[in-house]
Design a protein around this ligand. Structure first.
Ligand code: ZN
Length: 313
């Protein structure tokens, strides 16, 4: 198998499941995560550590983490909004923490009930905790609403970049940019990631794009063209944000993997097994809509993947 050129980070079990009303039973979550791992995904955001009264879909976060860390070669990530969540995630054994820090003042208050400055302080406390309890654990800041906000509208680019730099100064290993509500366009993505990489170098993190207005793939491609190599995506395009009105599905993992593999950019993922991983997702969330053009249309005749050149279904 060719070494992957890009890292596709699956966020469905977190971003996807927190945005649907139904709660996927734990056993189904584990089967789904196993299928994602079997398809070749090597980084999965499996849960968020938030109070169960706020997000009952994530009440089993620790159990899900404890299972996911048994899968060989998998980086197990969890979203944590505060020190308390980070403590619980570290205790459960995660490999990487991801912290949402909103660039929109309005979304920050709605999402975590903190100002942006307070959130940077919280991140600093989490970095201290990580140093103490889990020095080998990764810590990533995801700058949410980096491309616009349904509550506030425009989010000034200078503020986005300044906040990303502050997060790294506060102790995050990297800071990525999230289009939480699907407002981004490719020119804006190119501009912001170019600036981010100029400021942070290899501490510039992932592109987290939503497909709300159909530009998710175009935005990922724009980010790739300015050097971004890690992309968040969600199987079946599940996803949203309960505290950002109008947020909807993430970039569809199946379509993103198809785009890169068709371009000759290796993802390490077997797309046929990836499409098969929709079955346990649908079994665990009966009646929930799943999206994706590639799974619906099928792979082109004779399609060969650079990641799996000898594998044919
Ligand atoms: Zn998202």
């Amino acid at each position: 198998m060719k070494t992957p050129d890009v890292l596709i980070s699956e966020v469905g079990p977190r971003d996807g499941l927190q945005s649907v009303a139904a709660t996927m039973p734990t056993a189904d979550k584990l089967r789904w995560i196993d299928a994602l791992h079997a398809a070749g995904l090597r980084e999965i955001e499996v849960a968020s550590f938030v109070p169960a009264r706020l997000l009952p879909q994530m009440a089993d976060a620790a159990e899900v983490v404890r299972h996911a860390v048994t899968l060989p070669g998998l980086t197990v990530m969890a979203l944590v909004p505060n020190v308390r969540g980070a403590e619980a995630a570290l205790a459960a054994g995660v490999h990487k923490l991801t912290v949402p820090v909103s660039a929109s003042a309005a979304h920050s208050l709605a999402n975590v009930r903190k100002t942006r400055e307070q959130m940077v302080d919280e991140l600093r406390a989490m970095a201290d905790l990580r140093r103490e309890l889990g020095p080998g654990v990764g810590l990533e800041a995801g700058i949410s609403t980096a491309f616009g906000c349904t509550l506030q509208g425009l989010v000034p680019e200078d503020e986005v970049i300044r906040l990303a730099v502050q997060c790294v100064e506060a102790g995050a290993d990297e800071a990525g940019l999230s289009d939480t509500v699907g407002y981004a366009n490719p020119a804006q993505v190119r501009r912001l990631f170019t600036r981010l990489r100029a400021e942070l170098g290899d501490r510039a993190g992932a592109a987290h794009m939503h497909n709300t207005r159909g530009l998710g793939l175009a935005n990922c491609l724009a980010a790739y063209e300015v050097g971004v190599l890690t992309f968040d995506a969600s199987l079946g395009g599940l996803g949203g944000c309960p505290y950002a009105p109008g947020a909807s599905g993430n970039v569809v993992t199946e379509d993103l993997v198809f785009m890169f593999e068709a371009m000759g950019v290796a993802t390490g993922i077997d797309i046929r097994k990836l499409i098969a991983a929709r079955a346990p997702l649908q079994a665990g969330l009966p009646g929930e809509a799943v999206y994706g053009m590639t799974p619906e249309a099928g792979l082109p005749k004779g399609f060969v993947q650079p990641s799996h050149p000898n594998v044919h279904a």
